[in-house]
Design a protein around this ligand. Sequence first.
Ligand code: NAD
Length: 350
Amino acid sequence: MTFIWDRPNFDAHEAVHIVTDPASGLRAIIAMHSTHLGPAAGGTRFWHYADDGDAMTDVLRLSRGMSYKNAMAGLPLGGGKAVILADAAKTKTPELLAAFGRAVDRLGGNYVTAEDVGMSVSDMIAISRETDFVAGLPVDDAGEVGGDPGPHTALGVFLGLKAAVKRKLGRDTLDGVHVALQGAGSVASHLARHCAGEGARISVADIDAAKVEALAAEVGGTVVDPAEILSIEADVLSPCALGAILNEESIAALNAPIIAGAANNQLARPEDGQRLVARDILYAPDYVINAGGIINVSTEYLDDGGHELVRQRIDAIPGRLDRIWDESDASGRDPAAVADSMAQRLIGRA
Ligand code: NAD
Protein backbone atom coordinates (compact mmCIF):
# COMPACT_ATOMS: atom_id res chain seq x y z
CA MET A 1 0.00 0.00 0.00
CA THR A 2 1.25 3.50 -0.85
CA PHE A 3 1.01 5.90 2.07
CA ILE A 4 0.55 9.62 1.64
CA TRP A 5 4.17 10.33 2.57
CA ASP A 6 5.31 8.29 -0.43
CA ARG A 7 3.52 10.59 -2.88
CA PRO A 8 5.85 12.77 -5.00
CA ASN A 9 4.24 16.03 -3.83
CA PHE A 10 4.33 15.15 -0.14
CA ASP A 11 6.81 17.52 1.51
CA ALA A 12 6.64 16.78 5.24
CA HIS A 13 3.20 18.39 5.42
CA GLU A 14 2.33 18.85 9.10
CA ALA A 15 -1.20 17.50 8.65
CA VAL A 16 -3.56 16.43 5.89
CA HIS A 17 -7.22 16.20 6.89
CA ILE A 18 -9.75 14.19 4.93
CA VAL A 19 -13.21 15.66 5.49
CA THR A 20 -16.52 13.99 4.75
CA ASP A 21 -20.10 14.94 5.55
CA PRO A 22 -22.52 12.40 4.06
CA ALA A 23 -25.59 14.53 4.82
CA SER A 24 -24.45 17.37 2.53
CA GLY A 25 -22.27 15.27 0.23
CA LEU A 26 -19.12 17.19 1.22
CA ARG A 27 -15.80 15.57 0.39
CA ALA A 28 -12.78 17.77 0.98
CA ILE A 29 -9.08 17.68 1.83
CA ILE A 30 -7.44 20.31 4.02
CA ALA A 31 -3.63 20.27 3.89
CA MET A 32 -1.48 22.19 6.37
CA HIS A 33 2.03 22.29 4.99
CA SER A 34 3.65 24.48 7.65
CA THR A 35 2.59 26.44 10.71
CA HIS A 36 6.18 27.50 11.47
CA LEU A 37 5.43 31.20 10.95
CA GLY A 38 1.74 31.20 11.96
CA PRO A 39 -1.60 29.59 11.12
CA ALA A 40 -1.60 27.69 7.82
CA ALA A 41 -3.34 30.09 5.45
CA GLY A 42 -4.52 29.55 1.89
CA GLY A 43 -7.73 29.47 -0.10
CA THR A 44 -10.22 26.72 -0.85
CA ARG A 45 -10.49 25.38 -4.39
CA PHE A 46 -13.88 24.02 -5.52
CA TRP A 47 -13.20 21.74 -8.44
CA HIS A 48 -14.39 18.58 -10.13
CA TYR A 49 -11.38 16.24 -10.30
CA ALA A 50 -11.50 13.35 -12.76
CA ASP A 51 -9.56 11.32 -10.21
CA ASP A 52 -9.49 11.73 -6.40
CA GLY A 53 -5.72 11.31 -6.52
CA ASP A 54 -5.50 14.51 -8.59
CA ALA A 55 -7.22 16.39 -5.75
CA MET A 56 -4.61 15.11 -3.30
CA THR A 57 -1.77 16.11 -5.65
CA ASP A 58 -3.29 19.58 -6.03
CA VAL A 59 -3.77 20.21 -2.32
CA LEU A 60 -0.27 18.99 -1.40
CA ARG A 61 1.36 21.12 -4.09
CA LEU A 62 -0.74 24.24 -3.50
CA SER A 63 -0.35 24.17 0.30
CA ARG A 64 3.45 24.06 0.01
CA GLY A 65 3.21 26.95 -2.45
CA MET A 66 1.28 28.95 0.15
CA SER A 67 4.00 28.34 2.77
CA TYR A 68 6.58 29.77 0.38
CA LYS A 69 4.40 32.66 -0.74
CA ASN A 70 3.36 33.76 2.78
CA ALA A 71 6.93 33.44 4.09
CA MET A 72 8.37 35.50 1.22
CA ALA A 73 5.69 38.16 1.70
CA GLY A 74 6.95 38.64 5.26
CA LEU A 75 3.62 37.55 6.75
CA PRO A 76 3.16 35.87 10.14
CA LEU A 77 1.36 33.01 8.42
CA GLY A 78 2.12 29.43 7.49
CA GLY A 79 0.87 27.67 4.39
CA GLY A 80 -2.23 25.59 3.82
CA LYS A 81 -4.86 24.92 1.21
CA ALA A 82 -8.17 23.11 0.91
CA VAL A 83 -9.88 21.43 -2.00
CA ILE A 84 -13.56 20.53 -2.13
CA LEU A 85 -14.11 17.60 -4.49
CA ALA A 86 -17.13 18.80 -6.47
CA ASP A 87 -19.39 16.45 -8.40
CA ALA A 88 -19.41 16.64 -12.21
CA ALA A 89 -22.20 19.26 -12.15
CA LYS A 90 -20.22 21.29 -9.54
CA THR A 91 -23.22 21.32 -7.18
CA LYS A 92 -22.59 23.79 -4.39
CA THR A 93 -25.29 23.95 -1.70
CA PRO A 94 -25.57 26.04 1.49
CA GLU A 95 -25.44 22.75 3.47
CA LEU A 96 -22.16 21.75 1.81
CA LEU A 97 -20.58 25.15 2.52
CA ALA A 98 -21.81 25.01 6.12
CA ALA A 99 -20.32 21.55 6.58
CA PHE A 100 -17.03 22.80 5.15
CA GLY A 101 -17.12 25.81 7.50
CA ARG A 102 -17.59 23.47 10.49
CA ALA A 103 -14.63 21.37 9.31
CA VAL A 104 -12.44 24.49 9.15
CA ASP A 105 -13.70 25.49 12.61
CA ARG A 106 -12.75 22.11 14.10
CA LEU A 107 -9.12 22.85 13.24
CA GLY A 108 -9.27 25.62 15.83
CA GLY A 109 -7.60 28.36 13.76
CA ASN A 110 -4.60 26.29 12.68
CA TYR A 111 -5.98 26.57 9.13
CA VAL A 112 -7.44 29.82 7.74
CA THR A 113 -9.35 29.76 4.47
CA ALA A 114 -10.22 32.28 1.72
CA GLU A 115 -11.29 32.25 -1.94
CA ASP A 116 -9.58 30.24 -4.66
CA VAL A 117 -10.75 28.89 -8.02
CA GLY A 118 -14.49 28.16 -7.88
CA MET A 119 -15.10 29.99 -4.60
CA SER A 120 -16.58 33.48 -4.32
CA VAL A 121 -16.93 36.19 -1.71
CA SER A 122 -20.51 35.04 -1.08
CA ASP A 123 -19.20 31.51 -0.39
CA MET A 124 -16.81 33.00 2.20
CA ILE A 125 -19.74 34.80 3.82
CA ALA A 126 -21.58 31.46 4.04
CA ILE A 127 -18.51 29.79 5.57
CA SER A 128 -18.10 32.65 8.05
CA ARG A 129 -21.47 31.72 9.60
CA GLU A 130 -19.76 28.56 10.90
CA THR A 131 -16.24 29.74 11.65
CA ASP A 132 -14.13 32.84 12.32
CA PHE A 133 -11.13 31.30 10.56
CA VAL A 134 -11.94 32.80 7.17
CA ALA A 135 -10.73 35.83 5.21
CA GLY A 136 -11.57 37.37 1.84
CA LEU A 137 -14.80 38.90 3.16
CA PRO A 138 -16.20 42.16 1.76
CA VAL A 139 -14.98 45.50 3.09
CA ASP A 140 -17.31 46.64 5.86
CA ASP A 141 -18.95 50.07 6.06
CA ALA A 142 -16.01 51.43 8.04
CA GLY A 143 -13.82 50.87 4.94
CA GLU A 144 -11.45 48.53 6.76
CA VAL A 145 -8.88 46.44 4.90
CA GLY A 146 -10.45 43.63 2.87
CA GLY A 147 -12.39 43.09 -0.34
CA ASP A 148 -11.11 42.30 -3.83
CA PRO A 149 -7.39 41.38 -3.73
CA GLY A 150 -6.91 42.15 -7.47
CA PRO A 151 -5.93 45.84 -7.16
CA HIS A 152 -3.40 45.02 -4.42
CA THR A 153 -1.88 42.24 -6.49
CA ALA A 154 -1.64 44.65 -9.42
CA LEU A 155 0.12 47.29 -7.31
CA GLY A 156 2.75 44.77 -6.16
CA VAL A 157 3.30 43.56 -9.73
CA PHE A 158 3.63 47.16 -10.92
CA LEU A 159 6.31 47.95 -8.31
CA GLY A 160 8.13 44.67 -9.02
CA LEU A 161 7.96 45.27 -12.78
CA LYS A 162 9.50 48.73 -12.28
CA ALA A 163 12.31 47.17 -10.21
CA ALA A 164 12.99 44.74 -13.07
CA VAL A 165 13.03 47.58 -15.63
CA LYS A 166 15.46 49.53 -13.45
CA ARG A 167 17.76 46.53 -13.08
CA LYS A 168 17.68 45.26 -16.64
CA LEU A 169 17.17 48.42 -18.69
CA GLY A 170 18.55 51.04 -16.28
CA ARG A 171 15.37 53.12 -16.50
CA ASP A 172 13.76 54.83 -13.49
CA THR A 173 10.29 55.19 -14.99
CA LEU A 174 8.15 53.29 -17.47
CA ASP A 175 7.98 56.26 -19.83
CA GLY A 176 8.24 54.77 -23.34
CA VAL A 177 8.67 51.21 -22.00
CA HIS A 178 6.68 48.63 -23.99
CA VAL A 179 4.71 46.25 -21.72
CA ALA A 180 2.99 43.19 -23.26
CA LEU A 181 0.15 41.88 -21.10
CA GLN A 182 -1.23 38.36 -21.39
CA GLY A 183 -4.75 38.74 -20.01
CA ALA A 184 -7.08 41.70 -19.57
CA GLY A 185 -8.74 40.51 -16.36
CA SER A 186 -8.85 41.94 -12.87
CA VAL A 187 -5.10 42.16 -12.16
CA ALA A 188 -4.05 42.98 -15.73
CA SER A 189 -6.46 45.88 -16.06
CA HIS A 190 -5.30 47.56 -12.83
CA LEU A 191 -1.69 46.91 -13.84
CA ALA A 192 -2.25 48.38 -17.32
CA ARG A 193 -3.62 51.58 -15.75
CA HIS A 194 -0.58 51.92 -13.45
CA CYS A 195 1.85 51.33 -16.34
CA ALA A 196 0.07 53.59 -18.82
CA GLY A 197 -0.14 56.26 -16.12
CA GLU A 198 3.66 56.33 -16.12
CA GLY A 199 3.88 56.56 -19.91
CA ALA A 200 4.30 52.88 -20.81
CA ARG A 201 3.13 51.61 -24.19
CA ILE A 202 0.69 48.72 -23.69
CA SER A 203 0.03 45.69 -25.89
CA VAL A 204 -2.61 43.33 -24.54
CA ALA A 205 -4.19 40.00 -25.46
CA ASP A 206 -7.19 38.15 -24.04
CA ILE A 207 -9.44 35.40 -25.37
CA ASP A 208 -12.37 37.63 -24.34
CA ALA A 209 -12.55 40.11 -27.25
CA ALA A 210 -14.89 42.60 -25.55
CA LYS A 211 -12.73 42.79 -22.43
CA VAL A 212 -9.45 43.25 -24.28
CA GLU A 213 -10.83 45.91 -26.60
CA ALA A 214 -12.27 47.89 -23.69
CA LEU A 215 -8.97 47.80 -21.81
CA ALA A 216 -6.89 48.71 -24.87
CA ALA A 217 -9.19 51.66 -25.58
CA GLU A 218 -8.99 52.84 -21.97
CA VAL A 219 -5.17 52.84 -21.78
CA GLY A 220 -4.46 53.74 -25.41
CA GLY A 221 -2.97 50.29 -26.02
CA THR A 222 -2.86 47.83 -28.91
CA VAL A 223 -4.82 44.58 -29.06
CA VAL A 224 -2.66 41.54 -29.88
CA ASP A 225 -3.74 38.03 -30.91
CA PRO A 226 -3.60 35.69 -27.87
CA ALA A 227 -1.53 33.26 -29.97
CA GLU A 228 1.15 35.93 -30.46
CA ILE A 229 1.42 37.78 -27.16
CA LEU A 230 4.17 35.55 -25.71
CA SER A 231 6.51 36.17 -28.62
CA ILE A 232 5.97 39.83 -29.55
CA GLU A 233 8.89 42.20 -29.27
CA ALA A 234 8.51 44.15 -26.02
CA ASP A 235 10.55 45.39 -23.05
CA VAL A 236 8.46 43.47 -20.54
CA LEU A 237 6.20 40.45 -20.90
CA SER A 238 3.65 40.34 -18.09
CA PRO A 239 1.76 37.03 -17.85
CA CYS A 240 -1.52 37.76 -16.08
CA ALA A 241 -3.77 34.96 -17.31
CA LEU A 242 -2.66 31.34 -17.10
CA GLY A 243 -0.07 29.18 -15.37
CA ALA A 244 2.58 26.94 -17.00
CA ILE A 245 3.00 29.24 -20.00
CA LEU A 246 6.81 29.28 -19.87
CA ASN A 247 8.12 26.02 -21.32
CA GLU A 248 10.99 24.97 -23.58
CA GLU A 249 9.15 25.99 -26.74
CA SER A 250 7.66 29.30 -25.56
CA ILE A 251 10.94 30.37 -23.90
CA ALA A 252 12.81 29.82 -27.17
CA ALA A 253 10.36 32.19 -28.90
CA LEU A 254 10.34 34.98 -26.27
CA ASN A 255 11.20 38.46 -27.49
CA ALA A 256 11.29 40.40 -24.22
CA PRO A 257 14.24 40.77 -21.80
CA ILE A 258 11.99 40.84 -18.70
CA ILE A 259 9.15 38.64 -17.43
CA ALA A 260 7.14 40.14 -14.58
CA GLY A 261 3.50 39.19 -14.15
CA ALA A 262 0.80 38.01 -11.76
CA ALA A 263 -0.07 34.52 -13.01
CA ASN A 264 0.64 31.68 -10.58
CA ASN A 265 3.06 28.87 -11.49
CA GLN A 266 4.33 30.49 -14.69
CA LEU A 267 7.17 27.99 -15.14
CA ALA A 268 5.90 24.72 -16.60
CA ARG A 269 8.86 22.85 -15.04
CA PRO A 270 11.59 23.86 -12.56
CA GLU A 271 14.28 23.65 -15.28
CA ASP A 272 12.49 26.39 -17.25
CA GLY A 273 13.95 28.88 -14.75
CA GLN A 274 17.45 28.01 -15.97
CA ARG A 275 16.27 28.22 -19.59
CA LEU A 276 15.35 31.88 -18.96
CA VAL A 277 18.79 32.53 -17.43
CA ALA A 278 20.42 30.95 -20.49
CA ARG A 279 18.51 33.41 -22.69
CA ASP A 280 19.52 36.32 -20.40
CA ILE A 281 15.87 37.03 -19.55
CA LEU A 282 15.21 38.52 -16.10
CA TYR A 283 12.41 36.62 -14.36
CA ALA A 284 10.44 37.89 -11.34
CA PRO A 285 9.38 34.75 -9.41
CA ASP A 286 5.58 34.66 -9.56
CA TYR A 287 4.71 34.06 -5.93
CA VAL A 288 7.01 36.88 -4.80
CA ILE A 289 5.79 39.55 -7.23
CA ASN A 290 2.09 38.61 -6.98
CA ALA A 291 1.85 38.64 -3.16
CA GLY A 292 -0.08 41.95 -2.90
CA GLY A 293 -3.44 40.16 -2.76
CA ILE A 294 -2.48 37.76 0.04
CA ILE A 295 -0.88 40.67 1.90
CA ASN A 296 -4.23 42.47 1.85
CA VAL A 297 -6.21 39.34 2.77
CA SER A 298 -3.86 38.50 5.66
CA THR A 299 -3.99 42.02 7.07
CA GLU A 300 -7.77 41.76 6.98
CA TYR A 301 -7.70 38.43 8.83
CA LEU A 302 -4.99 39.20 11.38
CA ASP A 303 -6.31 42.72 11.92
CA ASP A 304 -2.70 43.73 12.65
CA GLY A 305 -2.76 47.03 10.82
CA GLY A 306 -4.72 49.02 8.29
CA HIS A 307 -4.17 50.28 4.77
CA GLU A 308 -0.78 51.71 5.78
CA LEU A 309 0.60 48.31 6.79
CA VAL A 310 -0.74 46.76 3.57
CA ARG A 311 1.05 49.46 1.58
CA GLN A 312 4.29 48.99 3.58
CA ARG A 313 4.26 45.26 2.95
CA ILE A 314 3.54 45.71 -0.76
CA ASP A 315 6.31 48.32 -0.97
CA ALA A 316 8.74 45.64 0.27
CA ILE A 317 8.19 43.48 -2.85
CA PRO A 318 10.77 45.24 -5.12
CA GLY A 319 13.52 44.99 -2.48
CA ARG A 320 12.81 41.31 -2.01
CA LEU A 321 13.05 40.76 -5.78
CA ASP A 322 16.37 42.62 -5.86
CA ARG A 323 17.78 40.33 -3.14
CA ILE A 324 16.65 37.29 -5.14
CA TRP A 325 18.23 38.64 -8.34
CA ASP A 326 21.47 39.52 -6.47
CA GLU A 327 21.72 35.99 -5.10
CA SER A 328 20.87 34.59 -8.53
CA ASP A 329 23.64 36.65 -10.16
CA ALA A 330 26.13 35.60 -7.49
CA SER A 331 25.28 31.89 -7.54
CA GLY A 332 24.25 31.30 -11.16
CA ARG A 333 21.04 29.67 -9.90
CA ASP A 334 17.83 30.88 -11.48
CA PRO A 335 15.63 33.34 -9.54
CA ALA A 336 12.78 30.86 -8.99
CA ALA A 337 15.16 28.33 -7.41
CA VAL A 338 16.72 31.07 -5.29
CA ALA A 339 13.26 32.18 -4.08
CA ASP A 340 12.38 28.59 -3.12
CA SER A 341 15.59 28.28 -1.10
CA MET A 342 14.96 31.59 0.67
CA ALA A 343 11.41 30.51 1.50
CA GLN A 344 12.63 27.14 2.82
CA ARG A 345 15.08 28.94 5.12
CA LEU A 346 12.28 31.19 6.41
CA ILE A 347 10.05 28.23 7.31
CA GLY A 348 12.90 26.37 8.99
CA ARG A 349 13.33 23.76 6.27
CA ALA A 350 16.65 24.70 4.72
P1 NAD B 1 -9.15 37.07 -14.17
O1 NAD B 1 -9.96 35.83 -14.30
O2 NAD B 1 -9.84 38.34 -13.79
O3 NAD B 1 -8.38 37.36 -15.53
C1 NAD B 1 -7.75 36.37 -16.28
C2 NAD B 1 -7.94 36.73 -17.74
O4 NAD B 1 -7.15 35.86 -18.54
C3 NAD B 1 -9.39 36.59 -18.23
O5 NAD B 1 -9.82 37.82 -18.78
C4 NAD B 1 -9.29 35.49 -19.29
O6 NAD B 1 -10.20 35.65 -20.36
C5 NAD B 1 -7.86 35.63 -19.75
N1 NAD B 1 -7.32 34.47 -20.45
C6 NAD B 1 -7.57 33.16 -20.26
N2 NAD B 1 -6.90 32.41 -21.14
C7 NAD B 1 -6.17 33.27 -21.91
C8 NAD B 1 -5.27 33.11 -22.98
N3 NAD B 1 -4.97 31.91 -23.48
N4 NAD B 1 -4.70 34.21 -23.52
C9 NAD B 1 -5.00 35.45 -23.05
N5 NAD B 1 -5.86 35.65 -22.04
C10 NAD B 1 -6.45 34.59 -21.47
O7 NAD B 1 -7.98 36.70 -13.14
P2 NAD B 1 -7.08 37.70 -12.28
O8 NAD B 1 -7.64 37.79 -10.92
O9 NAD B 1 -6.80 38.92 -13.05
O10 NAD B 1 -5.74 36.83 -12.16
C11 NAD B 1 -4.84 36.73 -13.25
C12 NAD B 1 -3.74 35.73 -12.88
O11 NAD B 1 -3.05 36.18 -11.71
C13 NAD B 1 -4.24 34.32 -12.56
O12 NAD B 1 -3.28 33.40 -13.00
C14 NAD B 1 -4.30 34.32 -11.05
O13 NAD B 1 -4.15 33.00 -10.52
C15 NAD B 1 -3.11 35.17 -10.70
N6 NAD B 1 -3.21 35.82 -9.38
C16 NAD B 1 -4.26 36.64 -9.12
C17 NAD B 1 -4.35 37.27 -7.89
C18 NAD B 1 -5.49 38.20 -7.56
O14 NAD B 1 -5.40 38.92 -6.55
N7 NAD B 1 -6.56 38.27 -8.35
C19 NAD B 1 -3.35 37.05 -6.92
C20 NAD B 1 -2.27 36.22 -7.24
C21 NAD B 1 -2.23 35.61 -8.48
